[in-house]
Design a protein around this ligand. Structure first.
Ligand code: AHR
Length: 644
């Protein structure tokens, strides 16, 4: 009996010991610099992320250029598509609406992107180009109708003049509805021709016309991203060479940017297709501007002469690559050139005489094989000489390991690219096991750009299981900040009614958005990145996942803070004793500032209806001398900050 009691006591003692963790930060061992732009965002027009998403245009197919020109529109009465003597040479289609009097309306109705989101009392700017039948004044009725087909905003406008001219008016709605339609009708006899029929909220991000959805940009802004990678992703490659993203088509007057099919068009389950196109209204100029607004380094990705290697596999012959390389040179001029250069001048005309200070450029997205290396080599030969100031980024293929990856890394070293783009969409288990992935990377070769990554739990949910795995993995990115220079989660946005890929960082409908647990992980890293790595160790734990515990530490010399990130992936709490040693004058405050992301249930998600299920909690904890005690809750991620 006595023996079994002492056995039980020994067992309980061992258990309570194992629930105790003692960690020490050594502030004397200041390591490599953490790039200020390390944590960023990757933007691609997938899941209606651009058109129908952050790009605030509310009219779908505003220029009638979709393959089926009435997609998005319901014509009624006498309405035809024409293209003779167009208003815009690169978007030549327009519509002719012939009125037959008040009782037989002719007109059009637009369904927007899964409806048009309209807010009560908000103003909407309608603009269009029109010419009326010679000698006639055409009476137009403009309406926003709600999901019951009741008009909630109405305006009448008269149009005359047989030459193309631009018209603008505003509409204010008397109620809110996420699924409105826009309707226009001719009320008298005579025809009118119309093109580029566009409706924007007046209240866009920074109030810009041709602007961006304020709530979505705000969500990006709140991440304090250091780098902004655009415009993709697979859309850079296109399904075919012809449908690749061509940045020159995305600049200049918005009305004359030629439409391009979206490479993600065909991947919807529920669809009337082809209905997913890129208007390029959000084009390279707007991407640069957005990067600037966010305080992020712009990081464009250009096509390298290869279409999607999963799809058409089309390639451009090496001897025909010159225009692609010229596109890269011209892009650098567009971003950085002075205003007397051709492309610098266009930037100035578009409203930004000052350079955008481009320093990164990726050639190719997720390419692989010898065909990629040969093409990249051609770009490097020219760009390396003409623009040694630009850091060129090469790809390591679509997987973070395996044949293509093993082939490409040595090639990238040989080509001497500045950074190698790695992509990993893997299970949470993979992320948990790979926190030490970069510990053994070559310190002398190219640096790593984790250009696309996300943990994919079962059903690919945006739940806490994925988020905590990413938080754990990212301690390894931070610990290796001398090798991993940039990291961008992917994809960024998804429309709840029009998506084809998940998980994603931010979900939205036509009126609101929701920040996922994955978003908050990114935000906690982005807002507390620090300036240098610090050494952190624990008694009996490697802090790379042993016993489910992960940790990293940094110093922020500007904010004079020691920052510790700790992840407890266990289904039980742990007692942490954390000491900061090696500070000349010790800590300045006896309170540590703590931000915690935690959930008892790993399957929990944030939704539009319940956006606050998982959000960071802020609190303080007493520090005695240089030591703080903290109970690490089950399934939890902490950022702990000590002022020194
Ligand atoms: O992020 C979604 C897609 O994943 C990207 O377009 C592509 O680069 C990767 O395969």
């Amino acid at each position: 009996m006595k023996q079994s009691i002492s056995l039980i006591l020994a067992f309980v003692f061992t258990l309570s010991l194992s629930a105790q963790i003692k960690m020490t930060v050594n502030a004397k061992q200041v390591g490599a610099e953490i790039q200020p732009d390390m944590y960023g965002v990757f933007f691609e027009d997938i899941n209606f992320g651009a058109d129908g998403g952050i790009y605030a245009e509310l009219i779908k197919n505003r220029s009638f250029e979709f393959e089926h020109p009435f997609v998005g529109w319901t014509p009624f009465g006498d309405v035809v598509i024409k293209s003779t003597d167009p208003c815009f040479d690169k978007n030549p289609n327009y519509v002719r609406i012939s009125g037959k009097g008040l009782r037989t309306f002719s007109g059009l109705e637009n369904t927007g992107f899964k409806g048009i989101g309209i807010k009560k009392d908000a103003e909407y700017r309608l603009s269009f180009y029109a010419r009326a039948e010679e000698g006639k004044t055409i009476k137009l009725k403009l309406e926003i109708v709600n999901s019951n087909n009741d008009p909630i905003a109405v305006k009448n406008i008269d149009i005359s003049g047989a030459e193309w001219s631009n018209h603008t008016t505003t509409l204010t709605a008397n109620s809110t509805d996420a699924h409105c339609k826009f309707r226009l009708m001719v009320e008298n006899w005579g025809y009118i021709e119309m093109d580029h029929i566009s409706l924007f909220p007046v209240d866009t991000w920074k109030g810009r016309e041709n602007g961006l959805r304020k709530d979505l940009v705000q969500a990006l802004y709140d991440l304090t991203p250091g780098v902004f990678r655009f415009p993709g992703g697979c859309i850079v490659e296109g399904n075919t060479v012809e449908s690749r993203y061509q940045w020159k088509n995305s600049v200049g007057p918005v009305e004359n940017r030629p439409l391009n099919i979206n490479r993600w068009n065909y991947t919807f389950k529920h669809k009337f297709f082809p209905d997913y196109y890129q208007t390029y209204g959000l084009g390279f100029y707007e991407y640069f501007l957005l990067s600037e607004d966010l305080g992020a380094e712009p990081l464009p990705v250009l096509n390298c002469g290869l279409a999607c290697q999963y799809e058409s596999k089309e390639l451009v012959a090496l001897e025909d690559l010159e225009p692609y390389i010229q596109d890269a040179l011209d892009l650098i001029e567009f971003a950085n050139g002075n205003t007397s250069t051709k492309w610098g001048k266009l930037r100035a005309e578009m409203g930004h005489p000052a350079p955008f200070n481009l320093k990164y450029l990726a050639i190719g997205n997720e390419q692989w094989g010898e065909i990629y290396v040969e093409r990249l080599q051609r770009f490097i030969d020219v760009l390396g000489k003409k623009h040694p100031e630009i850091e060129l980024i090469g790809s390591s293929g679509p997987q973070p390991d395996g044949k293509d990856f093993e082939y490409l890394w040595p090639k990238m070293k040989k080509l001497n690219v500045a950074l190698v783009d790695e992509h990993y969409y893997r299970s949470p288990e993979w992320f948990l096991k790979n926190a030490g992935r970069y510990d053994s990377y070559d310190r002398n070769g190219p640096k790593v750009f984790a250009g696309e990554y996300a943990a994919h739990p079962q059903n690919r949910a945006n739940n806490f299981e994925g988020a905590i795995a990413e938080a754990a993995f990212m301690t390894g990115l931070e610990r290796n900040a001398d090798v991993v220079k940039l990291a961008t989660y992917a994809p960024l946005f998804a429309h709840i009614e029009a998506w084809q890929w998940r998980p994603d960082m931010i979900w939205f409908d036509n009126l609101e958005c929701v920040r996922t647990p994955n978003y908050f992980v990114q935000q906690m890293y982005g807002t507390h990145s620090g300036t240098n790595i610090l050494s952190i160790s624990a008694d009996n734990l490697d802090l790379k996942g042993q016993d489910g515990i992960y940790a990293s530490s940094a110093i922020d010399k500007n904010k004079t803070e020691v920052i510790v990130k700790v992840v407890n992936t266990n289904a039980e709490s742990k007692e942490l004793t954390l000491s900061v040693e090696g500070l000349k004058k010790g800590l300045k405050s006896n309170l540590a500032q703590i931000t915690m992301l935690q959930s008892n249930d790993l399957q929990v998600e944030n939704t539009l209806d319940n956006p606050l299920n998982i959000i960071p909690q802020n609190f303080t904890e007493t520090v005695t001398g240089n030591t703080m005690k903290l109970k690490l809750a089950k399934n939890s991620f902490y950022v702990i900050r000590f002022k020194y």
